[in-house]
Design a protein around this ligand. Structure first.
Ligand SMILES: Cc1ncc(COP(=O)(O)O)c(C=O)c1O
Length: 371
């Protein structure tokens, strides 16, 4: 209860629960060596080109950043051209993480009585930010961890303004196969924005994976981030690609200097380091196959993933397993905020970190550690 008159849509919210930090875990459990496989970060760190560019920019920190992101947007235009997409800077919006762009989108589109449609479970920020903005949030259950496109479309009505899908989705790691993504886009009125959140785009390699950019529709808005494959989660940088009129409205609700000066230069330098991102993606693909198979061999159910994490179904309450792993210095992610009480989401680390995870999971499977 509060003495303040909190907006009802905010009063009813649960706050976002981040992955447990390494330092806090060390302190609480008296451990020296802790690994974090909880927040889908890149275990290989940032590009050295990014850290050099950031170091060089430090002496200019007394200046405000370039609020238009001129150079970074040009770097992104080149980056997208190399992927076969011709875009102009006015089709791009920059965010303090892609998370912030989701908030801009919801702020720009929510009106009284409007609804947005999401699959569930999907990234928990969608319902939190959507509700905070004033949307009625319609959660459409995934089927076998996958989006059910027909059901999504059935929940769309005259007051729907926005549909958001994770592609690949967090926390399931699944994606929407090309014909289904096409069907989803085809089934929406052209005044409804379809946000295709591609935070894990770089990691997806399924033959029938298709970026939302390939839909080439004015009402499709694609969201990407440098927090994952580019290893810059701490810097906070994401970008959105969409119709320039829509981007113009997002810029109206954007704060003037939302992307900081270090993110502007670090991001641009990072985009140039294709070798770094390619290595990160290659190593992830190898570990994804190896770790997925090993977890399944321990007798746990593994959801096929196209991302840098895997959702594991233990078919019994997962918190004791989370605690048992934590005591062995391995931080994973509880899934209760996603209504998955028998699951943990586990990010892939370096090969050595993953070996340690597998040893810890082995003790849980054998019952040598009570879980
Ligand atoms: C699906 C999805 N979208 C967006 C984000 C937000 O990422 P960021 O704000 O770091 O760009 C995340 C982060 O975990 C995510 O999983």
């Amino acid at each position: 209860m509060s003495r303040f008159q909190i907006a009802p849509q905010v009063a009813g919210l649960a706050s976002y629960q981040p992955g447990k930090p390494i330092e806090e875990t060390k302190r609480e459990l008296g451990l020296d060596d802790v690994i974090k496989l909880a927040s889908n970060e890149n275990p290989f760190g940032p590009s050295p080109k990014a850290t050099v560019a950031i170091a060089e920019a430090l002496s200019e920190l007394h200046r405000y950043p370039d609020g238009s992101g001129f150079h970074l947007k040009r770097a992104l235009v080149r980056h997208l051209a190399a992927q076969g997409h011709t875009k102009t800077p006015d089709e791009l919006v920059l965010g303090n993480g892609s998370n912030e762009i989701l908030v801009f989108m919801m702020r720009a589109l929510a009106t009284s009585g409007a609804n947005m449609v999401i699959g569930w479970p999907s990234f928990v920020v969608y319902p939190i930010a959507g509700q905070a903005a004033g949307f009625e949030v319609r959660r459409v259950p995934l089927v076998d961890y996958r989006y059910d496109v027909r059901a999504l479309l059935e929940h769309v009505d005259a007051t729907t303004r926005l549909v958001v899908v994770g592609h690949p989705n967090n926390p399931t790691g699944t994606y929407i196969p090309k014909p289904d993504l096409q069907r989803l886009a085809d089934g929406l009125r052209d005044d409804i924005v379809l946000v295709v959140d591609e935070a894990y785009f770089e990691y997806a390699d399924a033959p029938d994976y298709m970026s939302g950019l390939d839909l080439e529709r004015k009402n499709v808005f694609v969201l990407r981030t440098l927090s994952k494959a580019y290893g810059l989660a701490g810097l906070r940088l994401g970008y959105g690609i969409g119709d320039k009129a829509l981007v113009g409205y997002l810029n109206r609700v954007r704060e003037p200097f939302n992307v900081n000066a270090l993110a502007l230069v670090g991001g641009a330098a990072s985009l140039d380091d294709t070798a770094h991102v390619e290595r990160s993606v290659r190593e992830n693909a190898r570990e994804r196959a190896r770790v997925g198979k090993a977890i399944a061999e321990l007798g746990f159910l593994v959801v096929a993933t196209q991302a840098n994490f895997v959702l594991v179904d233990f078919r019994k309450p997962a918190m004791p397993i989370y605690d048992a792993l934590l005591k062995q210095g391995v931080i994973t992610r509880p899934m209760s905020p996603y209504d998955l009480h028998e699951h943990l989401r586990i990010s892939f680390g370096t090969a050595a970190e993953n070996d340690r995870l597998l040893r810890a999971l082995g003790t849980v499977a054998l019952g040598t550690v009570r879980a």
